[in-house]
Ligand binder design. Structure first.
Ligand SMILES: [Zn+2]
Length: 165
């Protein structure tokens, strides 16, 4: 179900709302090739009416499935915005439509979740991406071993001992 509030119920004091907006009620299909929603959008909010505005505060969260833009591995990205707040105008150009005292706040939550999604999802800070291991092994480690003179010293030693006999 979309997240709707009845503004008549808000006239006296704020109301608490808790629920989930299913993926099908959120227009998230076109967000990104690398990101798709895994869970519903969960909310725990209080809504207050201040003259012709609604003040919405609380926590919104949703989990996404991402493909790492560096190594192409799939990983889960839980998005939790606690201490979230938004202003919704009920009058004027930017206002949301009010139908029979009901206002649909789904779009407001959806937009703010989209804002915090990464442009280039990365599976973790330690991700070095594709093919980085190959690059690392070519470094000075091997070159030093070749320069190590110890096998030749050992051989010289052996020859000297044979000569003594
Ligand atoms: Zn990665």
């Amino acid at each position: 179900m979309p997240f709707t509030v009845n503004i008549q119920h808000l006239e006296q004091e704020g109301q608490a709302y808790q629920g989930s907006i299913p993926i099908d009620d959120l227009d998230l299909n076109s967000i990104d090739d690398l990101i798709c929603p895994l869970s519903s959008l969960d909310y725990r909010l209080t809504v207050e009416k201040h003259e012709t505005n609604l003040l919405v505060q609380g926590e919104i969260s949703q989990t996404f499935s991402c493909e790492c833009s560096r190594c192409l591995k799939n990983f889960e990205l839980p998005v939790v915005i606690s201490g979230w707040s938004g202003f919704v105008a009920l009058e004027g150009e930017e206002s949301l439509p009010v139908n029979n005292d009901m206002v649909d706040l789904t779009e407001v939550l959806r937009e703010d979740i989209l804002l915090v999604l990464p442009q280039h999802p990365v599976c973790g800070q330690a991700c070095k991406g594709f093919g980085s291991k190959v690059v690392e092994t070519v470094e000075p480690h091997d070159a030093e071993e070749l320069k190590d003179p110890s096998p030749w010293i050992a051989l010289d030693h052996l020859n000297l001992e044979k000569d003594k006999d």
